[in-house]
Design a protein around this ligand. Sequence first.
Ligand code: AMO
Length: 433
Amino acid sequence: MDDRTYTAEATPGETVTVAGWVHEIRDLGGIAFLILRDTTGRIQVKFEKDEMDDELVEMGLGVSRESVVAVTGDVKEEPRAPTDVEVVPESVEVLSRADTELPLDPTGKVDAELSTRLDNRTLDLRREAGQAIFSIRSEVQAAVREAFREADATEINTPKIVATGTEGGTELFPITYFGREAFMNQSPQLFKQLIAGSNLERVFEIGPIFRAEEHNTPRHLNEATSIDFEGAFCDHNDAMDVCESVVVAAYEAVAENCAEELDALGLDEFEVPDTPFPRISYEEAIERINVTGELDEQLVWGDDLPTEGEKALGNDVGGHYFITDWPAEIKPFYIMDHDDDETLSTGFDMMHPRMELVSGGQREHRREELIAGFEAQGLDPEAFEYYTKMFKYGMPPHAGWGLGAERLIMTMLDLDNIREAVLFPRDRQRLSP
Ligand code: AMO
């Protein structure tokens, strides 16, 4: 739109055209206000009924809430207005009329169920808090990209339609690919490794992953966004260093650039996590969980950590931390074991006190061992020939990790449900919008 001025930039003395949604109409009798909202904030438009053209007054005050209007007029200083300025209108154009009945209250004064909000995301995200989450998400993604570039990593994009799965534990979504069975990719794992073995060496991707999770929980999605890193000539410790720096960079950017958004979310005590994140071995982790007495049954070596166990340990540690040296048998085939103890893997998880955010590790780059690992996990190495083949042509030692973007945002902003951090979540019930 030509010559449009954002409400936040309307300066007294200017004649402007502001455009946005009708947030509220306050009729005080002889005088009435239309509060117009755009992406930068709100501005008051003043109608003095007796002194203004009837048609103009009718146009401005007869319009329903959430209609889209463009108002042209002079900007005046007005200390009684919420932003100290107001517009005295010369013309009002209605660009789109809204129904008088709205499925939810976009001012947020009346609460709505999460499902109603997700069904009406356009309206829902007119609330300041909703807008704040996605502004912060955008800031986080920009900061993460910048941190990766500082770590000399190249951004890549890998296929999401694939012939084989890689992550045990969750099911694959099958699709039909020109008459053949194919799947939606669960992780860029194998592709990022293949490219770490090229001359690009250090790579990252921010992209969708698809998981036919059985669980319908506040922290699982069926389509999530994975922030992935893979670096040649890195071991698991180097990978953890990069992981910590990327997560801290995201927090720092939000602390520095998102004060208003944090305020809209009521997060006045936002803190950048302390570094270094403690690195706790799996063995120590299960001991510490057992000592809390929070679980009905004591954990033993080889158990995966149950959700309540993760929470108990999270409370005990009180900040972000890594769990290292997992039993080899519960980590995927592509994770390398320690040289001096084959029962121990180089796999690690990075945890927020509330939940797991990251899995990673050093990878098995020796072809024979890799193929043996496939067989040990009941996978057919033939199906992964496109991958194992490249290990014949000079595959450097390498390591990496995957971080769930929505879990990062959810924990950073203390959201109760992961769906709050996704525009259009996919879960067992939800396929549209
Ligand atoms: P993993 O399967 O642990 O590891 O996934 C890595 C991280 O991705 C996020 N995540 C999810 N978030 C929401 N809903 C889901 N259903 C979901 N599944 C995963 C979590 C999790 O910690 N290839 C390895 C990574 C690697 O080793 O590089 C992998 O995918 O935050």
